[in-house]
Design a protein around this ligand. Structure first.
Ligand SMILES: Nc1ncnc2c1ncn2[C@@H]1O[C@H](COP(=O)(O)OP(=O)(O)OP(=O)(O)O)[C@@H](O)[C@H]1O
Length: 369
């Protein structure tokens, strides 16, 4: 599966743009603010119906214009697939596959899988545990529809239970039957989510380790550990024993909403002890593991988008990474960099053909390297 071409109208800083891609390595180069990341984001739209960076569709319309259009042709198993996305100010987003409009955007997601690696992702390491739970939830739910349903049910039950705990504290009154019902709902979906996360993490961690060790040349010992209260006991029992504490605190203190992914380097927390390059390598290995997982589950290779990937990585890691993503385990890739000479040198050194685009004042020139 690969994207053959892309056409834009009034998307972010572009009036109009037309690009034809190769099924291997493609790169966008230009100064800061030239619009390199915007092109990656347009590709992200075609694949996942939304921007990677900004959830508000209307803000992607070029300033002072009324609508944007993104169109692209994918090749999937030698069949052409024409995808079009249009957003008009104050109107619902239109999304079409082969000229037929989707009634549910969810039906499109997963058909053209994509993995983006961007400097924005550093929050996965530096921010709170919710970011890391979102990461695993996102990967699992891309290949398992039931998982998302269980998550929705769990979160609803959690809200209900917390609201009840608050009411109990405020009124002093207590309906044990209602609490039992919410507990049962929470335990039911919580256990399923826990089992899926645990099972997923077993294979994911292994692939992650392989990618990290390759990138770092086995120089560093890193680990990715799934930590859940449910590893220490049955959810039902844990919930019952925390009941009094929960009533005092007016919230549910045990459950899979407290799960954490621990990232360590040489046994110490990565957030505090990892260098910026090591943190970036960790992030890349996580995303590449996501890529491998989607590839294995879907049976075809997702697109891989690498935004500003070279900053903070040493030359050895950059070359290893580029070599890896250009080899047969990976498919079509898109890279952004401010420095065209660096890109040319790296791709020449690994003997891989690069389809290079140079962007200046909205003009996109294509030169084959
Ligand atoms: N809705 C919009 N209308 C007009 N311009 C926009 C809009 N959204 C973003 N831009 C412009 O797009 C430019 C940023 O583009 P982009 O992030 O793609 O740059 P880049 O080439 O990746 O830069 P860098 O090398 O700094 O990462 C900015 O100049 C910004 O003002």
């Amino acid at each position: 599966m690969y994207l053959k071409n892309l056409s834009l109208v009034n998307f972010k800083n572009y009036d109009e743009a037309e690009l034809v891609f190769s099924d291997g390595a493609n790169a966008f180069t230009g100064d800061n603010g030239a619009g390199k990341t915007n092109l990656l984001d347009a590709i992200h739209y075609l694949s996942l119906c939304k921007s990677y960076f900004n959830p508000i569709d209307s803000q992607q319309i070029k300033q002072d214009r009324d609508l944007f259009m993104i169109q692209g042709k994918f090749d999937k198993d030698n069949q052409e697939e024409f995808i079009a996305c249009g957003v008009k100010k104050n109107q619902k987003k239109q999304f079409k596959r082969n000229k037929k409009e989707y009634t549910r955007l969810a039906d499109h997601i997963g058909l053209f899988p994509l993995v983006m690696i961007s400097p924005n992702d550093i929050g996965l390491i530096l921010d709170g545990s919710e970011e890391r739970r979102k990461f695993i939830d996102n990967v699992i739910s891309q290949t398992d529809n039931h998982y998302l349903d269980e998550l929705i049910t769990y979160n609803k039950s959690l809200l209900n239970r917390n609201a009840l705990l608050k009411r109990i504290a405020e009124t002093g009154r207590y309906d044990p039957t209602l609490l039992e019902i919410f507990d049962e709902q929470l335990v039911n979906s919580g256990k399923k989510i826990f089992e899926k996360r645990k099972q997923f993490m077993e294979s994911f961690t292994q692939v992650f380790n392989e990618h990290y060790q390759y990138l770092s040349d086995d120089a560093e010992q890193v680990s990715l550990i799934y930590d859940s209260m449910l590893l220490n006991g049955d959810f039902d029992t844990l919930l019952k024993s925390a009941a009094e504490k929960d009533k005092i605190l007016q919230r549910t203190t045990v459950g899979i909403h407290k799960d954490e992914l621990q990232f360590t380097i040489h046994g110490m927390p990565l957030k505090k002890f990892g260098s910026q390059g090591q943190q970036k390598s960790f992030l890349i290995a996580l995303k590449l593991a996501k890529y491998s997982f989607l590839n294995q589950q879907k049976g075809y290779k997702p697109l891989l988008l690498l935004d500003d990937i070279f900053d903070k990585l040493d030359d050895k890691r950059i070359t290893k990474l580029m070599k890896m993503v250009s080899e047969e385990d990976f498919g079509q890739i898109f890279i952004t960099d401010t420095n065209p000479e660096r890109l040319k040198t790296i791709f020449n050194s690994i003997n891989v053909k690069l389809n290079l685009f140079t962007i200046e004042n909205q003009i996109i020139r294509n030169e084959q390297n």
